[in-house]
Design a protein around this ligand. Sequence first.
Ligand code: MG
Length: 392
Amino acid sequence: MSKPSDPVVAVETFLWSSPRAEAYLGPPGPRDRVDPRGYVVRAGNRTIYPLDDRSLLVRVTTRSGLVGWGETYGLVAAGATAELIRELAAPGVIGRCPHEAETLWEELYDLMRVRGYVGGFWLDALAAIDIALWDLRGKMTSLALHQLLGGARRREVPTYASGLPRSTLDERVALARDLAAKGAKGVKFAGVVSPDAIEVEARALREALGPNVGLMVDLHWMFDRGSASALAQRLEPLGLAFIEAPCATEDIEGWAWVGRQTSIPVAGGEEWRTVHDAAPRLRAGSVSIVQPEMGHTGVTQFVRIARLAEAWHLPVIPHATIGSGVFLTASLQVSTSLANVTGHEHQHSVQEGRGTLWRGACEHDGAAFRIGEGPGLGLEPTEALLATLVPI
Ligand code: MG
């Protein structure tokens, strides 16, 4: 290993948070509750969210003063991820060259794998650092992230609108209509918060949107294989583009079984951290559409998952979630460089009404994101963003 000319000298973590007008996935229903720590616990949903938006940001600085930004999930117990970065990851990165990003990911992964840390907070910590190192690689070479990965195949990434956070079916249908009118090529609703039966909502949305707007449903890991396939068969006449996460994430065979029972493609992958999560699921035929989440994978594993999907001739439609914009930008930059990315999720409720947090962020016109041109991620934090960050 040669001595790096511009080694990492500091790794810092910050909590970003921002109030929301209404809870993610919509107002809590009568069977839902808000726990004493402010997390919305929804009946039937196999995950929780806070009432505000949050993420964990990482700032990596080199000796020459170059700064790379990374981000991961900070929705729950962000202090756990921050502590893992401070105690275990940062000492492995300080003194090393950002161009070693992939090697560093593997070295850090090796520190904890036999202790069972092959997912969760530890892999989120690695994702944040990995994104920051790739950002630095771009800044050190004056190349955009997509150029480091072989070049952009397209400048725009088409999107579908995700989520209809309204209380009643009429309000949800009206929002879907509005999103389609603004250009959304597809609309995905969350079955776990459907005020009526999932097929009732799907039928109402199909009637409102007409045949030319994509319609999808996220099932949030809710069903056993029999219930999921029966539901999928009832939805078939409505021409859904995909059903997402039909069964528990551990039920690899169940997902594959559902896929064999229905003509609707099965999509999934937002909870995967590594190519080792993807491999057995692709081998089993669990998914027809792969949805990696940059905030969990970092650039290094996102690319490995997408290229494995390419080898299986599967399209990739990356996941998008709550964040300040760093992992979203990384996801979009990488998406432009990959052959099999056909679209991207757009979390309209996270971004709308919020001023610009990052200069150079990808612009969205209702139908697609257009990527920027700057080196690395091409992002610079605004003063307004920096003023809200809390060291953690
Ligand atoms: Mg989902």
